[in-house]
Design a protein around this ligand. Structure first.
Ligand SMILES: Cc1cc2nc3c(=O)[nH]c(=O)nc-3n(C[C@H](O)[C@H](O)[C@H](O)COP(=O)(O)OP(=O)(O)OC[C@H]3O[C@@H](n4cnc5c(N)ncnc54)[C@H](O)[C@@H]3O)c2cc1C
Length: 315
């Protein structure tokens, strides 16, 4: 049996170290081999990270994989030419889409939002968040090969006791003649820095009252040298672009500091920020759910408090 994790892009995305540890644990538990399949531009970074986390096999995919359509074709092609039984993706907005499309191409079952795996007799039992993150569902994977999109926010990365000797193998994939992909009719704005990788995030919600007040969130983020984001409620209301949405159906972030202003703390929002090291919440309702996650909480009006905090942050 072989466990494969895919990574791609210009740099290694947040959550990959956790996904590697998860994949290694699955391989160890099943007496399987673990291979990390990466696109060529990640080779150097991947080899260093693999050594640190004890991953011994890195497959460098030589075939160009720019854009979602190409990645689907290349990763499905990789799975056809290499042994791969448990095919894992670090769940991101794109990862979830690619996982489903790779599974479709290979005719394999796919499961998203996976948070844990265990053994059930001879099969694998998967736990996945369901109903927008409010509950957990259990699935028994009866097929011999499965594609899983894994949520890494609740996972912990583990370094190897000693750096592993990493063996890299170059893999070329024949993707055949191009087939029609999707026609892009609109695309979210792409930021220079990804929200998923930000160390400091200031996020706003409907508690800001009106769109103009969101400027306070932007100013606070700027004063702290961080990025800004928001809840789905204000994306739906058109205050901010969907590329800034944090949560289950938005960006999965893991910053050092997450400041939530006027955000209730719905489970679907917290799915995108609960891995933050420190959450500071400002909410006028002392019973708001966000306070269950926050290390520091301020009960008060965020529209009044933010200008003070911005002044303090600017020194
Ligand atoms: C399948 C599914 C997926 C979803 N995905 C996401 C997702 O990815 N991301 C996401 O965010 N949501 C998501 N949601 C929506 C989610 O359930 C919530 O509805 C949403 O997060 C609420 O946004 P909010 O906290 O800004 O607004 P509200 O729920 O309206 O909360 C506003 C908060 O602001 C407080 N407040 C009001 N006035 C002030 C003030 N002056 N100062 C301080 N505090 C104040 C209130 O006490 C309240 O707690 C999803 C829902 C479903 C069903």
């Amino acid at each position: 049996m072989t466990v494969v994790l895919f990574s791609w892009g210009k740099s290694i995305e947040g959550g990959t170290a956790e996904a590697l540890t998860f994949a290694l644990d699955q391989a160890t538990e099943r007496g399987a081999e673990m291979r990390w399949a990466v696109t060529a531009e990640l080779e150097q970074e991947a080899v260093a990270l693999a050594a640190h986390h004890g991953v011994r096999h890195v497959d460098v995919i030589d075939t160009a994989a720019d854009g979602v359509d190409a990645r689907v074709a290349v990763f499905a092609g990789y799975c056809r030419v290499t042994a791969s039984d448990l095919i894992l993706f670090n769940q991101s907005v794109e990862g979830r889409v690619i996982a489903a499309r790779v599974a479709g191409r290979l005719g394999l079952p796919v499961l998203a939002n996976v948070v844990a795996l265990s053994n059930a007799g001879g099969s694998i039992k998967a736990e996945a968040s369901a109903y927008g993150g409010d509950t957990r569902a259990e699935y028994v994977l009866s097929a011999p090969r499965n594609v899983l999109s894994v949520v890494t926010t609740g996972l912990v990365a583990r370094a190897a006791a000693a750096p592993a000797a990493v063996e890299t193998k170059r893999v070329s994939v024949d993707v055949g003649a191009p087939t029609a992909g999707f026609e892009v009719v609109s695309a979210p704005k792409v930021q220079a820095q990804r929200l998923e990788d930000a160390e400091i995030i200031v996020a706003g919600g409907r508690g800001l009252g009106k769109q103009e007040n969101f400027e306070l969130v932007k100013q606070m983020a700027e004063a702290l040298g961080g990025m800004w984001g928001g809840s789905r409620a204000i994306v739906d209301d058109g205050w901010i672009d969907s590329s800034r949405q944090v949560g289950l159906t938005g960006k999965i972030t893991r910053p050092g500091l997450y400041i939530a202003a006027g955000i209730s703390g719905a489970s679907q929002h917290m799915a995108g920020c609960s891995a933050a090291k420190t959450i500071i919440a400002i909410n006028k309702d002392p019973d708001a759910s966000i306070f269950r996650y926050a290390r520091f909480g301020v009960v008060g009006d965020c529209v009044e408090l933010l200008p003070e905090l911005i002044r303090a942050a600017k020194g």
